[in-house]
Design a protein around this ligand. Structure first.
Ligand code: PEP
Length: 229
């Protein structure tokens, strides 16, 4: 299983250092085959040692240059960062990232060999129209994306399940992941209110290769409870 923790706009450099210490202590009991990723805010990016991979929640598709407020390859290389989240619904919605821009970003980081966790997910009104509508919607989020790229995974994150406490049901996750597996031969993570109470049932679904976790990753103890469940 893959366990990825997305801190979003939480934690400081100092609290991330403490978190990593606690995480490293707990990860001594991790199963060898499990993989852990942490996505801290950009200001807390650094060289951290441990049995996990540090990635960034975002970067601009540029080597370096004039893009006020963004970071590019030059800033990531300083810390040997080679893993990035692309397409998170918060960036698509709050920051108006279009599919055209998201796919441009995907291709830019793909060309530089980055490991990409590519996020997709439908809004509630689409889910309410049924599974067929969901898959049609999700397919649009692959426009411009090279699904044959060998260094990416998909994170299926229904928007209505993110940060709401209401996870998708086992049946919804199973059906959607199975449909996605027919289209894409890559690992698929589930994201959306994953927590201690549902990790066992979600991780036991065959087509779930891992989880992308927001809220329950913010505290090292609660994230470790998921990883070590
Ligand atoms: C996320 O934003 O990627 C996420 C899954 O958040 P949460 O776990 O808080 O629903």
């Amino acid at each position: 299983m893959i366990y990825a923790g997305n801190f979003k706009t939480n934690h400081t450099r100092s609290s991330t250092i403490d978190y990593i210490k606690e995480l490293n202590f707990g990860l001594k009991d991790k199963k060898a085959e499990d993989k852990v990723y942490i996505f801290p805010p950009l200001t807390a990016i650094d060289f951290y040692r441990g049995n996990f991979t540090i990635g960034v929640q975002n970067a601009y598709p540029i080597e370096s240059g004039a893009v006020t407020g963004e970071v590019g390859i030059e800033q990531l290389e300083e810390f040997n960062i080679k893993t990035i989240l692309i397409g998170h619904s918060e960036r698509r919605e709050l920051l108006n990232e279009t599919q055209e821009f998201v796919s441009k970003k995907f291709n830019f980081f793909k060309e530089r060999g980055f490991e990409i966790i590519y996020c997709i997910g439908e809004p509630l009104e689409v889910r309410e129209r049924g599974e067929k509508a969901v898959i049609e919607y999700l397919k649009e989020q692959f426009i411009g994306i090279d699904i044959d790229y060998s260094n990416f995974m998909v994170a299926y994150e229904p928007i209505w399940a993110i940060g709401t406490g209401r996870s998708a049901t086992v049946e919804e996750i199973t059906t959607t992941h199975n449909e996605l597996k027919k289209l894409i031969n890559r690992p698929i993570l589930y994201g959306g209110s994953v927590k201690k109470a549902n990790i066992a049932e979600i991780s036991s679904i065959d087509s779930v290769d891992g989880v992308l976790v927001g809220g329950a990753s913010l505290n090292s103890d609660s994230f470790l409870e998921l990883v070590l469940h």
